[in-house]
Design a protein around this ligand. Structure first.
Ligand code: BG6
Ligand code: MG
Length: 219
């Protein structure tokens, strides 16, 4: 029986990929590092520190850890400032409707995000009230593809993984859901989230009716 839903944030509830791109691009330009949209795609779902290491590896750069932390902080300052412009108009189409529907049907709802800025993003969207539990980048130490953030969220909801559906837009996020034995819904293209139990191109198609009809035996 499905009793709970766990949502990734970036790319599922709102699209922050472009803001992350701009911030990493600014830092990379300053450092004379190559950074493009293809590389930005590889950062989907992974933590800030894992991200900077992906960028540095791509550029054949190695620095001492305190410097890496300092640079990641610099990127974060740029990103956080850009979040000030986010408003409740910035939900991905369909996301607010689904969250509203789930609450009205009495399902438990949690956030399972790698972001340490999840609270700020939810506040900007006026979305905090949708969630019984907020799991973010500060809640666990092992980030996706490890299942820890989703296990943290389900445990806090008082539910077992088999009673929860995870919504994810990242390849590593679906890997994490599967590693934790959660049911999974992928949002995005086949090549990215085709390994999810079911997949929708966008959140707009991911209505409760559609989800229920795909997981028939579980409702
Ligand atoms: C994820 C994003 O949700 O959060 C990643 O998909 C990002 O791209 C990660 O690196 C960490 O975000 P933050 O806000 O803690 O830097
Ligand atoms: Mg995501």
């Amino acid at each position: 029986m499905i009793k709970g839903f766990i949502f990734d944030l970036d790319g599922v509830i709102t699209d922050t990929a472009e803001l992350h791109f701009d911030a990493w691009k600014k830092l990379s330009d300053e450092m004379d590092w190559e950074f493009d949209r293809e590389l930005n795609e590889r950062l989907r779902g992974i933590s800030r520190m894992d991200s900077i290491h992906v960028i540095m590896d791509h550029n054949g750069v190695s620095l001492d850890e305190p410097t890496v932390v300092e640079l990641a902080t610099k990127k974060n300052d740029i990103y956080v400032e850009s979040l000030d412009k986010m408003t409740p108009d910035d939900y991905l189409p369909g996301a607010r409707e689904l969250l509203t529907h789930l609450r009205s049907e009495g399902f438990s709802v949690a956030l399972g995000s790698a972001s340490k800025n999840a609270h700020k993003v939810l506040k900007q969207l006026n979305a905090v009230h949708f969630f019984d539990v907020i799991g973010d980048g500060n809640s666990v130490s092992k980030s996706k593809p490890a299942p820890d953030i989703f296990l943290y969220a389900s445990k806090k909801l008082g539910l077992r993984p088999e009673n929860c559906i995870v919504f994810e837009d990242a390849e590593k996020g679906i890997d994490a859901a599967k590693a934790g034995k959660f049911h999974s819904v992928g949002i995005g293209p086949e090549q990215r989230v085709g390994h999810a139990d079911i997949r929708f191109e966008t959140m707009k198609e991911a209505t409760l009716f559609e989800v229920k009809s795909h997981f028939k035996d579980l409702f």
